[in-house]
Design a binder for this molecule. Structure first.
Ligand code: DOR
Ligand code: ZN
Length: 465
């Protein structure tokens, strides 16, 4: 037997090309891509006739709560959800109970997650200001994907969960850092050469505007948006750009939700600064107008904003200002979500629905499949230093594939999701186009919607420069 696995008859898609060919896999790597049949038997053959074969799609922003509040999710359920949704690599965010603030915790987390991973994974490190400035270089050398900072947020000092509804004086929290301390972090992260990714929201503005709107007695979604307006994101993005220009940090803006943020990011990119940005399906496909239909499941931070923001984000995507789409998968139970809008935690699940929602946008003519491959595979792999091992179809690289059937119609139902929590904003949406195969380093993990393999996922390290 010569090959471990052959994917036969599909149409391969890269950002540059689309062509019919067979893929030959050996020892977890792409061994050959050929339009003519090659000799030799295979242990496994996947029939991809009539389907598209994409380089494995990635989700660079998920929160699996492991270790921590695993009643919401753990890494086994989140990576099964990922595989079911056509994702071959995830990057896990560091606001877990064993937060990734030093190298010991990094190694312990790799061990914890490796035992449960159904897809490959990278790890983000957390920036906690003075508390771990001196740990960043060793985290870089250990292979973290990048450094995450929750700008404007208080974090629980014991569980490292976000304080979703922070008020000054709250016990057991690391309060939001002031800008001077943030600047020192920019300087330190710049020295590593890795990405400094910020959740950008201005806490001072949010505190004052929230007080004002609550004093008027309103507690509806429009009031929430007045307390956390687009400006609250954009001012922090602007400050971040100034800090990046001054320090040389490779700034990345997480989950862009405001049109004004796209404007200032575009300006910075025109200036030649190495600034990148992502957005998520919830900001592309939902706006405040959907709250009446969806309700509290729609509460996420930064909040889903107005139609004008949504339109500017789409334009930013088409113009290349935003170069990554990811889910910001944030599980909370339905009980937790079905309460008072101001008290409930923020976040919605998304790792399983991201690719279906994007494929549906392809069916509607709003994106192309090649753009989806760029936004969810090639661009993130390059940005985070793991290309071409991930994000390419080059011979010799990891045999990760997402196989899609553009004719398959599915109604997304929260009870069918593989996550432990079902707080989806896309319940009831009918999509055309769905992932039907997820292959990680040659292993078939998902076939026709079923998880067919154990936890074969491995850590992906981003090498220090
Ligand atoms: O809505 C959110 N939930 N936004 C975040 O940035 C974090 C996330 C969570 O961890 O629940
Ligand atoms: Zn997040």
């Amino acid at each position: 037997m010569k090959w471990d696995h052959i994917i036969r008859g599909g149409t391969l898609v890269t950002p540059q090309n689309m062509f019919e060919a067979d893929v030959y896999i050996k020892d977890g790597k792409i061994a050959a891509i050929s339009k003519e049949p090659l000799e030799g038997e295979a242990a496994e053959v996947t029939d991809a006739k009539g389907r598209y074969v994409l380089p494995g799609l990635m989700d660079t922003h998920i929160h699996s709560r492991d270790p921590g509040p695993t009643y919401k999710e753990d890494f086994s359920t989140s990576t099964m959800a990922a595989a079911a949704g056509g994702i071959t690599t995830v990057f896990e965010m560091p606001n877990t109970k064993r937060t990734i603030n030093n190298v010991e915790n990094f190694h312990a987390q790799v061990e914890n997650l490796s035992a449960k991973a159904h897809v490959d994974f990278g790890l983000w490190a957390i920036c906690l200001g003075k508390l771990n400035l001196d740990k960043l270089q060793s985290l870089n050398e250990a292979g973290v994907i990048g450094f995450k900072f929750f700008w404007g947020y208080a974090i629980n000092s014991k569980t490292y969960e976000l304080a979703y509804n922070y008020t000054p004086g709250m016990p057991d929290v690391i309060p939001p850092l002031h800008d001077g301390e943030v600047y020192l972090m920019f300087e330190e992260v710049a020295k590593t050469g890795k990405i400094f990714a910020i959740h950008a929201e201005n806490n001072d503005l949010i505190q004052s505007l929230t007080e004002k709107v609550l004093a008027s007695g309103r507690r509806d979604y429009e009031a929430l948006l007045e307390g956390r307006p687009p400006l609250a994101e954009t001012v922090t993005v602007s400050t971040g750009i100034h800090f990046a220009r001054a320090t040389g940090a490779r700034l990345h803006i997480l989950h862009v939700s405001a049109g004004g943020s796209v404007d200032v990011i575009e300006q910075a990119q025109r200036e030649g600064l190495p600034i990148t940005a992502e957005t998520c399906p919830q900001y592309l496909f939902l706006s405040n107008e959907d709250f009446e239909r969806i309700g509290p499941m729609m509460k996420i931070y930064p909040p889903i904003k107005y139609r004008a923001d949504q339109e500017r984000i789409w334009k930013g995507l088409q113009d290349g200002v935003l170069s990554i789409i990811c889910s910001d998968h944030a599980p909370h139970t339905l009980e937790e979500k079905n309460g008072d809008l101001w008290e409930i935690p923020a976040g919605m699940v998304g790792v399983e629905t991201m690719v279906p929602m994007l494929l549906n946008a392809v069916s509607e003519g709003r994106l192309t499949l090649q753009q989806v491959v760029a936004l969810c595979s090639e661009n993130p792999a390059k940005q985070y230093g793991i290309y071409p091992q991930k994000g390419s179809l080059a011979v010799g690289t990891d045999a990760d594939f997402t196989i899609v059937d553009m004719g398959k119609r599915v109604v997304i139902k929260r009870e069918n999701l593989h996550s432990r929590s079902q707080n989806s904003g896309f319940d009831g949406v009918e999509v055309t186009g769905y992932p039907v195969g997820t292959i990680v380093r040659g292993h078939t993990v998902m076939k026709d919607g079923e998880i067919v393999s154990g936890p074969i996922g491995q850590v992906v390290l981003s090498p220090a420069k």
